[in-house]
Design a protein around this ligand. Structure first.
Ligand SMILES: Cc1ncc(COP(=O)(O)O)c(C=O)c1O
Length: 459
């Protein structure tokens, strides 16, 4: 008898062949990348997928045109960085105006810096002082090194499977690109183990770095961690004198003051990035004076931090326009409520068709997990313990792939990526787009009902 994996594999191969036939120009662009000397044909291997990625030639709002002329509606949102869709007009305008004033103002200060800083210190109660960078990876690197300098300690505690940037991974195995920090790796969710690890390493623990909504450990489940759990970590950091770094590169979009506001705890150092640049490179880290004053050049023990493009006037003009025009606190709240409704609609549809698909997440961040048993498992607010029940079964990943190709080929929709149905909703999506997604999904459930039934019995 065929397993769910065999059935899904056959159907995925069929759809992939249609994709290959329909996207010859994207295939050619990928080959040209390889021929031109780009290693593996991609500059972003972590999100690369086979047989080849789509190439976009034009994109506005929620829609992009592929090299082969298909117009697709985007539910991926560039892994959270594309929150305002493609080519947002306020950003274009702000950057054009900055260009007219002269775009290479390097080597001197510019007038955008204080405006952008002011917005962050106003919105994030835990940030009194801030520094800019160009990426989230840099922001986290700066934050970690700041914690090490201020505490005089070395070790960093992070979750198993966490991703805090191109060279900051939570893993027991040494990854080739990883910064060789002295890392302590703990499982997500088990507060007793985390407390033990913090106590045992108290004398040399500089920082713990976490996301308050677990986006990155495991499978991008995006569920808010219980408050009691985060509060215990917060209290232990204060007790043993290590920095609580909250990585809000993705999660800050969940509430006007970031996910820490949603949960009600404050970081020592907060990092942000991605969407705040409105499509331009941006990152930042900030906190109270105690942690940040070492960046002051007049401090007797200044860290003397640099970064050629940290004050880039074009990137900061783009970020200012995001904060002024695209992401008011009201818009943030409204967009996340929209996301909650969409997630409920997906879960109701799955229930109606009795298929093993769960939309997990918070607000405008969600992932579809193709398994039957409850993914988010047991949450015990009192003991602050919470558990994940993800089934790392290859059929679960195969269903992810099949769904993406189905939505792309038959409904002109980008449902995350073939590796991860990761829906980080862009703001330009309209009601009709959400309706189309649900119609496409219902069609998928009907087309693959028998396959999904077998998957349900195996997960
Ligand atoms: C939680 C988190 N932190 C940091 C980063 C790194 O940001 P960047 O890719 O801008 O360096 C990412 C990127 O995906 C991320 O998800």
């Amino acid at each position: 008898m065929s397993t769910a994996f065999d059935l899904l594999e056959t159907e995925t191969l069929r759809l992939k062949q249609i994709y290959v036939d329909k996207n010859k120009k994207s295939a050619e662009a990928f080959e040209n990348n390889k021929k031109s000397g780009i290693a593996g044909g991609t500059n972003r291997a972590s999100i690369h997928w086979t047989p080849f990625p789509l190439t976009f030639v034009e994109a506005h709002g929620a829609e992009a045109t592929t090299a082969d002329g298909q117009v697709v509606t985007d539910f991926l949102g560039n892994y959270t960085a594309g929150l305002f869709g493609f080519s947002p007009e306020p950003v274009q305008r702000a950057v054009s105006q900055a260009m007219e004033r002269g775009h290479a103002l390097g080597g001197a200060a510019n007038l955008e810096e204080s405006k952008v800083a002011g917005y962050f210190t106003e919105r994030f109660p835990s940030i009194d002082m801030i520094r800019f960078s160009n990426t989230g990876t840099e922001a986290n690197s700066y934050a970690i090194h700041t914690a090490r300098a201020v505490t005089g300690k070395n070790k960093i505690l992070m979750y198993d499977g966490a991703y805090h940037g191109a060279w900051i991974h939570g893993s027991h195995k040494e990854a080739a690109l990883d910064t060789p920090y002295q890392k302590i790796i703990v499982p997500y969710g088990d507060i007793d183990q985390i407390m033990r690890a913090m106590d045992e390493n108290a004398h040399d623990l500089a920082a713990i770095i976490i996301e308050p909504v677990m986006v990155n450990p495991m499978v991008y489940l995006k569920r808010v961690a219980p408050r009691a759990y985060l509060q215990k970590i917060r209290d232990k950091c204060s007790e043993i004198g290590c920095a609580l770094i909250i990585d809000e590169v993705m999660t800050s979009r969940l509430s006007p003051g970031g996910a820490q506001e949603l949960v009600g705890i404050e970081a020592d150092i907060t990092t942000v990035g991605k969407y705040f640049g409105g499509g331009f490179p941006f990152g930042a880290f900030g906190g109270k004076e105690y942690w940040m004053s070492r960046h002051d050049p007049s401090h007797p023990e200044t860290i003397n931090s640099g970064g050629t493009f940290n004050q880039n006037a074009l990137c900061l003009a783009a970020t200012r326009s995001v904060l002024e025009e695209l992401w008011s606190p009201d818009k943030c709240v409204e967009h996340n409520l929209r996301g909650d409704r969409f997630r409920n609609d997906i879960n109701n549809l799955s229930k109606k068709h009795a298929v093993p698909c769960q939309a997990c997440g918070t607000g405008s961040l969600m992932t579809l997990i193709w398994q039957n048993q409850d993914v988010t498992g047991q949450v015990d607010e009192d003991s602050a313990f919470h558990q994940l029940n993800f089934v790392p079964n290859k059929a679960v990943f195969k269903a992810t792939e099949l769904f993406w190709f189905h939505m792309m080929i038959h409904h002109d929709l980008l449902a995350g990526s073939p590796k991860l149905n990761y829906l980080t909703l862009p703001t330009p999506l309209q009601q009709v787009d959400y309706d189309n997604f649900l119609l496409g999904m219902e069609d998928f459930f009907q087309c693959f009902h028998d396959v999904l039934k077998v998957l349900a019995s195996e997960t």
